[in-house]
Ligand binder design. Structure first.
Ligand code: TLP
Length: 344
């Protein structure tokens, strides 16, 4: 039975072109700065997002953690959305490793209000952890994969900078946001100090993220990456896939968005409660109400029929389209999900 895997765009396996690029990649010791493929990937990505320098890191989680470490000192505060990936899904690294205090704000819709940020920017007082950093996320995973508009994003980033904060973007899927709004990615990245973007999600590379920022910031970030054990030696083998991801896979994200829109429409037509983000990208969240036991087993029952997806919380489910999902898969998945959900 063919599996239709909608758990995440992280499940994408490398394309044939990527596999061939790995075989012929020119490599060297990247800790000495001597891996030409890594160097090229870092330079190409930094240029695309309009920053001075880039750093190849093992994962989005590592990229975000390094950014926090490079922007903050122990005991500082970082303003984070309550629904942000950094706060919810990165193992508490911000606390465990960086010793930085999350200053939480409501990010319903994918972005916080300017006022909520300003409330944390209090005058110096020995009682307070000083707010140093604002972390934004776009697209916003737990908020339905919503692509925050360039204008809303810019307003908040500029307001934070006026308060003297540094701004980091968890741009795991920032190219999805740019494609969804039909803008150059720099519309987002030009207003932040640092951005982490994932090569291993919709862009299809097997491993890795790039953290970008000023040359001086990336120097500090490189030191933190080493301290965290993330110096990777002949990493050109995987960076070769990253180059294909960044140079050739961005435009096809539109296809994933089309498939997600179709999936949302089919599920809705089938009577399911589908969440409607302002700008959908490659995610579809839906909610099922019904007998507790049956709702709980929905994902497992669909998996038994070849359709894989994740339950986020009881009754709330997420489907993610990607490189290896086509229109036929979408139709088949919708049929099975509707059938199984109707038994709840
Ligand atoms: N997200 C994963 C899971 O961890 C939930 C997924 O399947 O969506 N920022 C954002 C916004 C992310 O969605 C993710 C991964 C990361 C950071 C972390 O990236 P990795 O998995 O490379 O550490």
């Amino acid at each position: 039975m063919k599996k239709i895997d909608l758990r995440s765009d992280t499940v994408t396996v490398p394309t044939q072109e990527m596999r061939e690029a790995m075989v012929s990649a020119e490599v060297g010791d990247d800790v000495y700065g001597e891996d030409p493929t890594v160097n090229r990937l870092e330079a190409v990505t930094a240029e695309k997002v309009g920053k001075e320098a880039g750093l190849f890191v093992t994962s989005g989680t590592q990229g975000n953690l390094i950014a926090i470490l490079a922007h903050c000192s122990k005991g500082d505060g970082a303003i984070l959305g309550m629904d942000s990936h950094i706060y919810n899904y990165e193992g508490g690294g911000i606390a465990a490793i960086a010793g930085v205090l999350p200053l939480l704000v409501d990010d319903t819709g994918g972005i916080m209000s300017e006022d909520s940020i300003k409330k944390w920017c209090r005058p110096h007082d020995v009682h307070f952890a000083p707010a140093r950093l604002l972390c934004l996320e776009n697209t916003h995973n737990r908020q339905g994969g919503n692509a925050v508009s360039p204008q809303d994003f810019k307003e908040v980033a500029v307001a934070a900078k006026e308060e003297g904060l540094s701004v980091h973007l968890d741009g795991a899927r920032i190219f999805n946001a740019a494609v969804a709004w039909g803008v150059d990615v720099k519309e987002y990245t030009s207003v932040v100090d640092s951005v982490q973007l994932c090569l291993s999600k919709g862009l299809g590379a097997p491993v890795g993220s790039i953290l970008c920022g000023s040359a001086e910031f990336i120097e500090r970030a490189r030191h933190w990456r080493k301290r965290l054990g993330g110096g990777m030696r002949q990493a050109g083998v995987i960076a070769a896939c990253g180059l294909i991801a960044i140079e050739k896979m961005v435009n096809r994200l539109e296809e994933d968005h089309k498939n997600a829109a179709l999936l949302a429409e089919l599920l809705e037509d089938g009577g399911l409660l589908v969440e409607k983000p302002r700008k959908r990208t490659n995610m579809v969240y839906f909610v099922v109400k019904g007998e507790e036991n049956k709702v709980k087993t929905l994902a497992d029952r669909c998996a038994a029929k070849g359709v894989l997806f994740n339950a986020l919380s009881e009754g709330r489910f997420r489907l993610v389209t990607h490189l290896w999902i086509d229109e036929k898969d979408v139709k088949e998945a919708a049929k099975i999900i509707i059938e199984e959900a109707s038994c709840c």
